[in-house]
Design a protein around this ligand. Sequence first.
Ligand SMILES: C[S@@+](CC[C@H](N)C(=O)[O-])C[C@H]1O[C@@H](n2cnc3c(N)ncnc32)[C@H](O)[C@@H]1O
Length: 298
Amino acid sequence: MADQHPGQVQTHGSRTAELVAVSRARHLLRHNPPYIFHDPYAFQFLSKRWQRILGYRLIDAFVSGIVLRRLMPITTQPLTRARFTEDCLLAAIEDGVGQYVILGSGYDTFALRHPGLDVTIFEIDLASTIALKRERAGAAGLALPDSLRLIPIDFEKDDLADRLTAHGFDPEKRSFFNWLGVTYYLSREAIQDTLDQVAGITCPGSEIVFDYLAETNSIPEDERSLAQGMKNYVGKLGEPMITSFDPATVETDFNTVGRWDVVRNDSPADQQQRYVAGRGDVYALPPLFWCLHLRRRG
Ligand SMILES: C[S@@+](CC[C@H](N)C(=O)[O-])C[C@H]1O[C@@H](n2cnc3c(N)ncnc32)[C@H](O)[C@@H]1O
């Protein structure tokens, strides 16, 4: 559990959020259907530079086959975690959930992909990332639905419950929270505080899905250099990964007792088996990230 102090300073939009959009866009351009995760809008949220790279097969082959070759195995996880989470979300909506909160939403496109759903969507992120998302949506001519509420927040400093209720979140309505690709960038205190605040403003039956980085000792030795390479890379982008957990003790580590039931602590092997096995076009899922699905107790 090698926690450090949070070191993230962002004056521009999140670079790691853009890399997630790159993985989603590249999946549709370079891999075969059926897709693990189908996001036809991801490409439009990329910078011109990334659009150029993905737009030309030869440049993409150079970048993915040479420049970023060692890191490419981590590009499958943004697809599987999103698929897992939205499968859980759609089942929850079917079962009557009426509010969807995306914590650290980056360039999430659920609202664009599901315009007809009777669900209030809240996207929450740092102000700089939200501003860039709006700017890129505008430049691409994408109209973000009026019902979508974009809320700037810093999980390290701000009060999530206050912000959500100020933007119309109803604590009495069952809700679903998505918190993907974020916990490892936060301090342990901010993670627990955010989870406690979510417990404090949600009614029984509400759900949350988030992923977390396995601590180094829980990662097989031959995969640790990939984990280190990934940490070095995102650290240089100004978004250091600072917190990880032991998958064997997450229930006590996240202090879920009494408030949350663990629906599933989904391992990379589970997700590999469910979404990736039998495919030859995407990288196998490395054993670095787990997904935790929790439900609020009555
Ligand atoms: C890797 S991206 C994940 C984006 C999105 N959830 C996805 O899976 O596509 C991490 C996101 O967390 C946001 N983030 C990081 N630290 C944050 C903080 N302290 N407060 C709010 N958002 C934060 C970043 O701006 C970024 O959008």
